[in-house]
Design a protein around this ligand. Structure first.
Ligand SMILES: *[C@@H]1O[C@H](CO)[C@@H](O)[C@H](O)[C@H]1NC(C)=O
Ligand SMILES: *[C@@H]1O[C@H](CO)[C@@H](O)[C@H](O)[C@H]1NC(C)=O
Length: 115
């Protein structure tokens, strides 16, 4: 009886460690530019599969190019990678996991021209 209890406790702690290993800490930022958070800096933890979210906001310029405006970092349980278009605005989403604060590496660093 005692052995069973010990076994259950061990299984329980293994499960806890497993969940902790799967969790990824992400950076939260409302306005991230060139590797720095300008507003709303915080952090969050996600245990969901897609992981941390990075959203790069681009605006269509008068010269006919997509120009990076700002980047938003957060956690989202249904992070969906890809591009979304809202008129003159484009949101390019990345999801990452496995490395803490990995979402800041997907933020647009230099003003890149995306065709
Ligand atoms: C996460 O954010 C909290 C405040 O929101 C802060 O106290 C803590 O130091 C942050 N942790 C890391 C690892 O940046
Ligand atoms: C562009 O970035 C600024 C902050 O630098 C922000 O205030 C503004 O709302 C952004 N524009 C769009 C369309 O996201």
């Amino acid at each position: 009886m005692n052995k069973l209890l010990v076994l259950l406790l061990m299984l329980g702690s293994f499960a806890l460690v497993f969940i902790q290993v799967q969790a990824t800490m992400c950076m939260v930022c409302n306005s991230f530019k060139s590797g720095h958070c300008l507003a709303g800096k915080s952090n969050c933890t996600t245990i969901y599969k897609p992981g941390c979210r990075t959203r790069n906001y681009f605006l269509f310029s008068q010269t006919g190019k997509w120009v990076h405006n700002h980047t938003e970092l957060d956690c989202h349980k249904a992070c969906l990678a890809g591009n979304m278009y809202f008129g003159v605005m484009k949101i390019s989403t990345f999801c990452c996991k496995g490395e803490d604060f990995c979402n800041k590496f997907h933020g647009q660093v230099v003003k890149k021209i995306i065709y």
